[in-house]
Design a protein around this ligand. Structure first.
Ligand code: 1HE
Length: 264
């Protein structure tokens, strides 16, 4: 579904630059950042034509919650065909997020529900605050995930956990989400953004081509049969090694000018 930009959608995504980090915020706090078509399109626009000076994106939610999922008030009038197109619109936007030129760090707090969890699943690194919780109430609402959740979430937490969430309405708290593999970092309430920004700064310190290879090649190689995957890996490894940034960084280490790997 391709909707023309609506001027009233301006401001649904807030964007702020912090050096090479672009901080994007879902900004519909009065509706708990429930995702209407305008917000999908605003997210799409935010991921279109990113400048090469952006090294990493941090995505968070304004207000008390990361995101309450699909805006249910827009659902009732859709035909089956419009429903397919609507889901495909989410897919196109979240593909832009997953296959953005630079990594995306999602910072989750409060409700991270339905389509909100689908947005989070498309990011590359997830930070949760202790007050975060995760639900897939699609079963209760009589619908199904439509933002790529059935494809991305089983890869993070397994099909069985996802089926449990959808069938029984089970809600994971932040600790359970961390244990299940939904999130990579668990921090105190109010500490998520600082952690997300610190991780983003670290990511910006890597060679851009290495970051690109991680987010573009890794998920694709993981879907290939081992023989094909190893072949593609050898090509990506050679391309990365051939980049001047790799040569400079390896020379710096050999000359004792680069940091050693250390426990954090
Ligand atoms: C909404 C939505 C929404 C809030 N669509 N309007 N998602 C859900 O089933 C989650 C539904 N929402 C909730 O369970 C709760 O709102 C929350 C737990 C997220 C937050 O509770 P609370 O007490 O902080 O807020 P609230 O009072 O429930 O909501 C504030 C307002 O936001 C209220 O509107 P108001 O005009 O009465 O002020 C709510 O109606 C509105 N609101 N959530 C529409 N989701 C790609 S397919 C994905 C499929 C799904 O995502 S299914 C999951 C849908």
């Amino acid at each position: 579904m391709s909707l023309p930009p609506d001027p009233s959608d301006a401001g649904l995504i807030l964007a702020e630059r912090h050096g090479a980090v672009l901080h994007l915020r879902l900004n519909r706090p009065a509706k708990r950042n429930a995702v209407n078509d305008g917000l999908v399109l605003a997210l799409d626009r935010a991921f279109t034509g990113l400048g090469s000076d952006v090294g990493c994106i941090v995505l968070s939610g304004e207000g008390q919650h990361f995101c309450a999922g699909l805006d249910l008030s827009e659902l009732s009038e859709r035909t089956v065909y419009e429903g397919v197109l609507h889901s495909r619109m989410w897919h196109a936007t979240l593909d832009k997020l997953q296959f953005a030129p630079v990594p995306v760090v999602a910072v989750l707090h409060g409700a991270t529900i339905g389509g909100g969890l689908e947005i989070a699943a498309a990011a590359h690194v997830r930070v949760a605050e202790r007050n975060a919780y995760y639900g897939l109430p699609e079963g209760q609402r009589g619908i199904f995930v439509g933002g790529g959740g059935s494809m991305r979430l089983p890869r993070l937490i397994g099909t069985s956990r996802m089926a449990d969430m959808m069938l029984t309405g089970r809600v994971f708290d932040a600790e359970e989400g961390q244990q299940a593999g939904l999130t990579n970092y668990l921090v105190g309430e109010g500490e998520g953004l600082a952690k997300g920004m610190a991780l983003a700064q670290k990511i910006c310190g890597n060679a851009p081509l290495s970051n690109f290879a991680v987010i573009q090649a890794l998920p694709r190689i993981a879907e290939l049969a081992p023989s094909e995957g190893l072949f593609v890996e050898s090509l990506v490894a050679a391309i990365a090694q051939g980049d001047p940034a790799a040569k400079q960084r390896i020379r710096a280490f050999l000359d004792g000018r680069a940091a050693k790997v250390a426990k954090q």
